[in-house]
Design a protein around this ligand. Sequence first.
Ligand code: GDP
Ligand code: ZN
Length: 327
Amino acid sequence: MNDTLEARGVVVSGTGGVWTVRLESGETIEASLRGRLKKSNSGKRADGSLRRDTISAAASTLKLAVGDDVRLDAPESGDAWAIAEILPRRSKLARRAPGGGQGERILVANVDQVLVMCAAAKPEPHPRMLDRFLVIAEGNDLHARIIINKIDLVGEAAARERFEHYERVGYPVHYTCVKTGIGLRELHAVLAGRRSVLTGPSGVGKSSLLNALFPGSNLRVGDISESVNKGRHTTVGALMLPLPDADGGYVIDTPGLREVGLWGFPAEALEQCFPEIRRLREGCRFANCRHRAEPDCAVRAAIETGEVSAQRYDSYVRLLEELDADR
Ligand code: GDP
Ligand code: ZN
């Protein structure tokens, strides 16, 4: 009789070989990929098109990633759990290989939002870095939010004044002080029931925030992976941290996100990743306007009126130069 027990779960860590999967029951187990799924090219025809005759053949063209929802077969006496099917992805955070789809590296699948955290001071906020993370989120069609922590160091009014232009672009900005608890209740609601990538420089209070929101959970983001990564080219894979009593919410630590550059973004796509530029660019005289020295540029005109922040524009120009240099 072949009545294998089935289960569903989410891949919470692993980078090939053995994967850690959190089952719907809350139990965490180790599992390997079914042989049939493992061969990443077996679902393709000779001409490169996808064969769609069976689900598992189509799924086998996907590489398993942290964040994937999977169907597993329970171990039959002594065997290990086997991942039998990757369930459809609703989103992903991926680095694109130059030239498009094929060499795409998925850092994490099924992300609901990206939270970029900065400190109002100590460390001093770094707008370029913040904008880089926002661009990556936009490039992956993911919602992004900004968290400004340590507002006790500068006062809430000063913090709001400094980051208000991000709210005008459309990004929700949360002002918090982990020390006194300001803004934490609202953030708990933002994290509950969602899978959130949390990123930002070290020292801004990511771990402190998680421990204040989820006391006793001992959640740590970033520091482990940063020390492991120091001076190396290898990246520790993404890690999903289940949030206690948070309605199935997870915080995702993705060290690969902090590797700067190398995102294989076509330079022409950059303007699409700045919502305020995207909204205005129809008004530029030239369809291929890069908003640099071209005449009648609606974006540069909007900087004059203050509608577009000069600081954001400066980030756009620098990222554009970086992408041009990469070609
Ligand atoms: P991470 O590297 O982003 O995880 O940052 P940590 O959580 O380790 O915090 C770095 C330092 O900032 C610690 O000494 C925290 O106590 C401190 N810190 C965290 N939140 C606040 C805050 O709201 N205000 C102040 N003044 N310090 C904070
Ligand atoms: Zn323009």
